[in-house]
Design a protein around this ligand. Structure first.
Ligand code: FMN
Length: 236
């Protein structure tokens, strides 16, 4: 359905941005619970919502650019924000998102789950998310407080990721080109990454032949050993 400004409008939706499926799992939980349609952030043609649950990963203690761009162009009456993070540090991303929608956020959470670069356990405390689903159905605005963010986390984000993680095409690659198609950042062509690659690992986890492998630099391995946060934080 289109509104007066020609923007597609839906009443309710779950939208996810997910590269290694951690945020998608949480999004699916809300879709099953609330019976709202579920959409990939890159596929939804709609930008006007009554009730929206947006699920996404924390990248470098911040909102990923994809999420910022989506929020900047969407019209949302009641917004629920669910940020998954890899048990390192969630930073202040929800508070930052609140600046874009100061009066419309009805619930929010930081959900600790598997880090994209580690074989960690996935989030399994779904029962604890139930109060958020209830709040979506009875929306009242909340205020998200500031939380700790490392002041250096915004410095050279892309360069740090590119130096810390290498993605390699192996002999199993049969040149199917799927990696180039699924990368919405234009970061890989036929198994070879370029300067646009943000190291989200969507290509690695989606390759049907398992032909893309990644490796971590020593400083990145050392950083990832020091787990800092492991808390489910809910604002309702
Ligand atoms: C580029 C990048 C940066 C990340 N930065 C952080 C971070 O600062 N803190 C953290 O705890 N986890 C971080 N992670 C881990 C992800 O937030 C976490 O694994 C998330 O659940 C992945 O969700 P997805 O599978 O839906 O993409 C980062 C992951 C990537 C790919």
């Amino acid at each position: 359905m289109r509104n007066n400004e020609g923007i597609y409008k839906v009443t309710n939706a779950i939208v996810y941005y997910s590269n290694t499926n951690q945020s998608k799992r949480i999004a699916q939980y809300f879709a099953d619970n609330l019976h709202y349609p579920i959409w990939d952030i890159f596929e939804i043609p709609i930008h006007d919502f009554d009730n929206l649950v947006l699920v996404f990963p924390i990248h470098c203690q911040s909102l990923p650019d994809t999420v910022k761009e989506f929020l900047a162009q969407a019209k949302i009456s009641n917004l629920t924000l669910i940020a998954t993070y890899g048990r390192m540090c969630h930073g202040n991303a929800l508070y930052e998102a609140q600046r874009l929608y100061p009066h419309n956020i009805v619930a929010a959470a930081y959900v600790p789950t598997r880090h994209s670069y580690l074989q960690d356990k996935e989030f399994d405390g779904f029962d604890a998310l139930q109060p958020i689903a209830q709040k979506v159905l009875a929306p009242l605005p909340i205020k998200i407080p500031k939380s700790y963010k490392n002041p250096l986390s915004n410095l050279f984000k892309l360069k740090r990721s590119q130096l810390g993680i290498k993605i390699k095409r192996t002999e199993e690659c049969d040149g199917c080109g799927l990696c180039s198609q699924i990368c919405k950042h234009g970061g890989i062509t036929d198994g070879v990454t370029n300067k646009q690659c943000i190291r989200c690992l969507k290509c690695v986890s989606s390759c049907p032949k398992g032909a893309l492998k990644f490796s971590l630099s020593l400083p990145m391995k050392t950083y990832l050993k020091k787990k800092k946060q492991d808390k489910l934080v809910i604002y309702i």
